[in-house]
Design a protein around this ligand. Structure first.
Ligand SMILES: NC(=O)C1=CN([C@@H]2O[C@H](COP(=O)(O)OP(=O)(O)OC[C@H]3O[C@@H](n4cnc5c(N)ncnc54)[C@H](OP(=O)(O)O)[C@@H]3O)[C@@H](O)[C@H]2O)C=CC1
Ligand SMILES: CC(C)(CO)C(=O)C(=O)O
Length: 314
C-alpha cells in the first residue's frame, strides 16, 4: 500500500480523532483534520499526543480545517465527534467524502450508524469502529493517552452487499490502523461488537458521573464493585436477548482489565464537567429499548439511565 496516496479525513479532532489521526499521519498517510473550537491553536501549534505507550508525539504542521467545504475529497472519513452531534455532522461528512468513501464512526454506543445512515448518500460505505483506549483532551491540541489503543471495525451498510465484500472493506480499514502500529481487527458482526463494548461503558461511564469517581475508587469500594458487576451482567443479558451471545467470561475479563488500568475518568465524566450533553441515547436509551423490545428488562441499567437523565437535564 502506498500510504501517501490514501487520503483520510478526521471529522471531529478531539481525544479519539486527535490520537488516531496523529498515529496515521506519522505512519505516512495523508491525513486532514476538521476542527471547531481548537482550529486556530492546532493550525498554529500542531497536535501533540502525550502517550504512556508511544511517548511524546508531535504532528506539525497539521492539515487543519475549520470548514469541511475546504477539505479535499477523502477516501476514508473517521468520525471522532460525540454521538450527540451526529445529525449535525452529516452535511460535513457529505462535503468531505470522495465518491464511494468509507465513513467510520469511532464512537461508543448502539444505533449510531442507524441514525446517520438516512442522512448519507447510499454510495458511501458506513462502518463502526470500537476504540479500546483511554484518551482525553488536556488542552487545545493536546491529547493525553493513558492506556490501551486497539480499534476494531465492522461494516454497517452501503454498496458492499455480500458478507465477503463487507468483511473485505472492514479488513482494509483494520489494515490502515495496523500500518500505524495500532492493534486492529475486522469484526464480522458490528452489532455484537457494539454490545460487547457496552459491557464496559454502561457501568463505568455512568457511575463516574453519578458517583463522581474514577476507575480506581470505583474498583476499590465493595458496593460500587458489586454494582459494576451487576450492571455488566445486565448488559450481557440484554445482548443475549437481542441474539448476541457474548464470549463466556467477557464481563469478568473487562472487570479484571480495569483493575490493572491506570486510574481513569471515562469520557462521559469529561462531558459532565465541561457541561456538554451526555451520550445517554447511544449508551443507555438505545440498548435499553432494544432489550425491552426483545422482552428483557434491565432494572439497574434503567435506574442508572434515569438518574443520568436528571443530571443531563439539570
Ligand atoms: N475518550 C476515550 O477514551 C474514548 C472515547 N470513545 C468514544 O469516542 C467518541 C469521541 O469521544 P472523545 O474523543 O473522547 O470526544 P472529544 O470531546 O474529546 O472530541 C470530540 C471532538 O469533536 C469535535 N466536534 C464536534 N462537533 C464538531 C463539528 N460540528 N465540527 C468540527 N468538530 C466537531 C469537538 O470539537 P469542540 O472542541 O469544538 O467541541 C471535539 O474536538 C465518543 O463517542 C466516545 O464515547 C470511545 C472509547 C474511548
Ligand atoms: C473502556 C474504555 C476505557 C476503553 O476502551 C472506553 O471505552 C471509554 O472510556 O469510553
Amino acid at each position: 500500500m502506498d500510504k501517501a496516496t490514501v487520503r483520510i479525513g478526521i471529522i471531529g479532532t478531539g481525544a479519539i480523532g486527535g490520537f488516531y489521526g496523529v498515529m496515521l499521519a506519522r505512519a505516512g498517510f495523508d491525513v486532514h483534520f476538521l476542527l471547531r473550537s481548537e482550529f486556530a491553536t492546532v493550525r498554529d501549534n500542531g497536535l501533540q499526543v502525550d502517550s504512556a505507550v508511544h511517548g511524546a508525539l508531535t504532528l506539525k504542521p497539521v492539515q487543519a480545517y475549520a470548514d469541511a467545504a475546504d477539505m479535499p475529497a477523502c477516501d476514508w472519513l473517521l468520525v471522532g465527534a460525540k454521538t450527540t452531534s451526529n445529525a449535525a455532522l452529516a452535511p460535513l461528512i457529505r462535503q468531505a467524502a470522495a465518491p464511494g468513501a468509507k465513513v467510520v464512526l469511532l464512537q461508543n454506543g448502539l444505533g449510531v450508524e442507524e441514525q446517520l445512515r438516512p442522512l448519507l448518500p447510499p454510495s458511501l460505505h458506513l462502518l463502526g469502529g470500537l476504540c479500546f483506549i483511554c484518551v482525553n483532551r488536556m488542552a487545545p491540541g493536546v491529547v493525553r493517552h493513558q492506556a490501551l489503543g486497539a480499534l476494531n471495525l465492522g461494516y454497517h451498510s452501503g454498496p458492499a452487499q455480500t458478507a465477503v465484500a463487507r468483511q473485505e472493506i472492514a479488513e482494509q480499514g483494520a489494515g490502515l490502523f495496523r500500518a500505524a502500529q495500532i492493534e486492529s481487527q475486522a469484526m464480522p458482526n458490528l452489532e455484537q461488537a457494539r454490545w460487547q463494548k457496552l459491557v464496559w461503558n454502561v457501568p463505568y461511564n455512568g457511575l463516574s458521573v453519578l458517583l463522581k469517581a474514577s476507575t480506581t475508587p470505583l474498583m476499590k469500594d465493595i458496593d460500587s464493585r458489586a454494582l459494576i458487576q451487576a450492571l455488566m451482567a445486565e448488559v450481557v443479558e440484554g445482548a443475549r436477548a437481542c441474539g448476541h451471545e457474548l464470549p463466556v467470561g467477557y464481563a469478568e475479563h473487562l472487570f479484571a482489565i480495569t483493575e490493572k488500568m491506570p486510574d481513569y475518568w471515562p469520557s462521559m465524566y469529561h462531558d459532565f464537567t465541561e457541561r456538554r450533553p451526555l451520550e445517554l441515547e447511544a449508551i443507555y436509551a438505545a440498548p435499553l429499548s432494544r432489550a425491552r423490545e426483545a422482552g428483557c428488562v434491565l432494572p439497574r441499567m434503567e435506574a442508572l439511565h434515569q438518574a443520568l437523565g436528571f443530571i443531563d437535564r439539570h
